[in-house]
Write a protein that binds this ligand. Structure first.
Ligand SMILES: Nc1ncnc2c1ncn2[C@@H]1O[C@H](COP(=O)(O)OP(=O)(O)OP(=O)(O)O)[C@@H](O)[C@H]1O
Ligand SMILES: [Mg+2]
Length: 196
C-alpha cells in the first residue's frame, strides 16, 4: 500500500520507514485524514476522562500517553518520541530533556504569574510544537494539550482560527506565520490567532 502523501504548508513529512508504520490499510490521504480524525476524537474523549491527564498533564509520560491515545490506532510509533531529524524541532536526543524543561517552565510561569494566562498558553503551545516530539501529529497533539492546559487552569479555551487546521487554507497560513514569529520570540500574533 502506498499513499501519495499530500502535505499542507508547515507539515512535517514522514520518513519512508515511519510511513511503513501505518496500521490500517488506506489508499488516499483523505482516507488517512478521516481515519486519524476518528482516532483523535476518541483520544480527546479519553483525555477528558483521564485522571492522569488531570493530575499530571505536563509529565512526559502523560504527554506520550496523550499522543498514543490520539494516534495509536493509526501509527505504530504513536506515543514514542521520534528518532529522526525533521525540518523543525530539536535534535531527537534532546526531546526528553526539552519536555522536562518545558514542564518546569510552565509550572513556574503559572506559579509566579510571569505572563498572562493567554501568553502562557501560547508559549506552551509553541514550545511543544517546536520541540516536535513525535514523527507526526505534533500540531494536533500540541493543540489538544494546550486546550487541556487551559481547561485545567480555567483559562479561556483557544479557538484556533475556528477552522480545521489540518487542510491547507488561509487560516492555516496565518497559524504557521504566527508560529514562525513565535520562533523569533514574538508571541502577539499567536496569542491573537488562538482566540480568533
Ligand atoms: N516554524 C514553526 N515553528 C513552530 N511550529 C511549527 C512551525 N511550522 C510548523 N509548526 C507546527 O508543526 C505542525 C506540523 O507538524 P506535524 O505534521 O507533526 O503535525 P500534524 O498534527 O501532523 O499536522 P497539522 O497540525 O499541521 O495538521 C504544524 O501544525 C505546526 O503546529
Ligand atoms: Mg503532519
Amino acid at each position: 500500500m502506498a499513499i501519495d502523501w499530500e502535505y499542507p504548508e508547515g507539515a512535517t513529512p514522514l520518513d519512508p520507514e515511519e510511513a511503513l508504520d501505518l496500521i490500517p490499510g488506506l489508499a488516499t490521504q483523505s482516507e488517512l485524514n478521516e481515519f486519524e480524525a476518528i482516532n483523535i476524537l476518541e483520544g480527546s474523549n479519553w483525555a477528558r476522562r483521564s485522571t492522569k491527564i488531570k493530575r499530571a498533564l505536563l509529565e512526559q509520560e502523560t504527554l506520550r500517553l496523550l499522543h498514543k491515545n490520539m494516534f495509536g490506532q493509526t501509527w505504530r510509533w504513536a506515543g514514542s518520541y521520534r528518532k529522526t531529524q525533521k525540518n523543525i524541532g530539536c535534535e531527537a536526543y534532546q526531546i526528553s530533556s526539552s519536555i522536562k524543561i518545558l514542564k518546569d517552565d510552565v509550572q513556574a510561569w503559572i506559579k509566579w504569574e510571569t505572563y498572562a494566562p493567554e501568553e502562557i498558553a501560547a508559549r506552551f503551545h509553541h514550545r511543544l510544537v517546536w520541540i516536535h516530539p513525535f514523527a507526526n501529529g505534533n500540531g494536533r497533539f500540541a493543540r489538544l494539550a494546550t486546550d487541556l492546559l487551559c481547561e485545567q487552569q480555567h483559562w479561556p479555551a483557544p479557538t484556533w482560527g475556528a477552522t480545521d487546521l489540518v487542510k491547507q487554507s488561509q487560516t492555516r497560513t496565518k497559524y504557521i506565520k504566527a508560529l514562525q514569529l513565535a520562533d523569533r520570540n514574538d508571541f502577539a500574533s499567536l496569542m491573537a490567532f488562538m482566540k480568533s
